[in-house]
Design a protein around this ligand. Structure first.
Ligand code: GEK
Length: 240
């Protein structure tokens, strides 16, 4: 696995973070060393999929990147589902994801789409995953996306939503400090931490846990729970 050194040197003209070829090359290392709890959340997405995937239904992984959550869903399935659909709008991500899917032995059919979640038709779904993706979508589009997911789901289906979250002060400072400690413990330098932070400003926009939960309740989900949190990173489950 290639090590993430994207922000190791000083960038005079720091550009906004983008999911390009350079990021795709180091993505598994980057996300594991940057997102507290990621290595727990991925296998649990498999477990949750096993519980909620329904025979003949579609499963979706929205913002699938290289397919970590998608492959966890694929291996968690216990019913004969119709199809697992992964979508990402970064061509470099989907290209690499297709190679991992092709190399992965499983009978569960997978279709990968290079495109925007906002334009995807969601239908006959029993499990939908947004694993750290909604935070990259403009805040004003988020209500509509969650509503369209709800509308395209079967009763009894589950939405798994993982997000970076923000808090009121003083908890914001406490959780954010612990996140930076996590990155230091994983070998990122002060320069890497601060340049990545600047590159993500206006690209990754976190909301509070309450705002996320209210959005899912307002869309109509009958049960919404926060099943996991590590510092300022969390995951919710919402049942239709
Ligand atoms: C994992 N789920 O490893 N349409 C499609 N894709 C999008 C959009 C959009 N509008 N906006 C962002 N993306 C993965 C990790 S990463 C999270 C998901 C992270 C895609 C974007 O290209 C990227 O691949 C992914 O969402 C977010 O479990 O990097 O922190």
């Amino acid at each position: 696995m290639s090590r993430d050194r994207i922000y190791a040197n000083n960038h005079d003209d720091l550009e906004a973070f983008a999911f390009d070829e350079a990021v795709a090359r180091v993505f598994p290392d980057m996300i594991k060393r940057s997102v507290p709890g990621y290595t727990t959340i991925i296998p649990m997405i498999g477990v949750i999929t096993g519980e909620y995937a329904q025979a003949g239904s579609h499963l979706y992984d929205l913002g699938c990147s290289l397919g970590a959550s998608l492959l966890a869903m694929r291996h968690g399935v216990r019913e004969p589902v119709a199809q697992l659909i992964g979508i990402d709008n970064a061509p470099a991500m989907i290209k690499q994801c297709q190679q991992y899917v092709d190399a992965d032995p499983s009978d569960v059919p997978v279709k990968l789409i290079c495109g925007d979640i906002a334009e995807l038709v969601i239908e006959n779904a029993s499990v939908v995953t947004l694993n750290f993706t909604l935070q990259f979508i403009p805040a004003e589009q988020r209500d509509e996306i969650i509503q369209r997911i709800y509308n395209g789901m079967r009763p009894g289906g589950a939405l798994i939503l993982s997000e970076k979250i923000c808090f009121e002060q003083p908890e914001q400072a406490l959780q954010e400090n612990l996140h930076w400690d996590f990155k230091r413990a994983n070998g990122y330098s002060e320069m890497e931490i601060s340049q990545k932070r600047s590159a993500l400003e206006n690209v990754l926009i976190p909301e509070s846990a309450t705002a996320n939960m209210n959005r899912m309740k307002n869309a109509g989900f009958s049960q919404v729970a926060q099943w996991y949190q590590c510092f300022n990173f969390t995951s919710f489950i919402a049942i239709k």
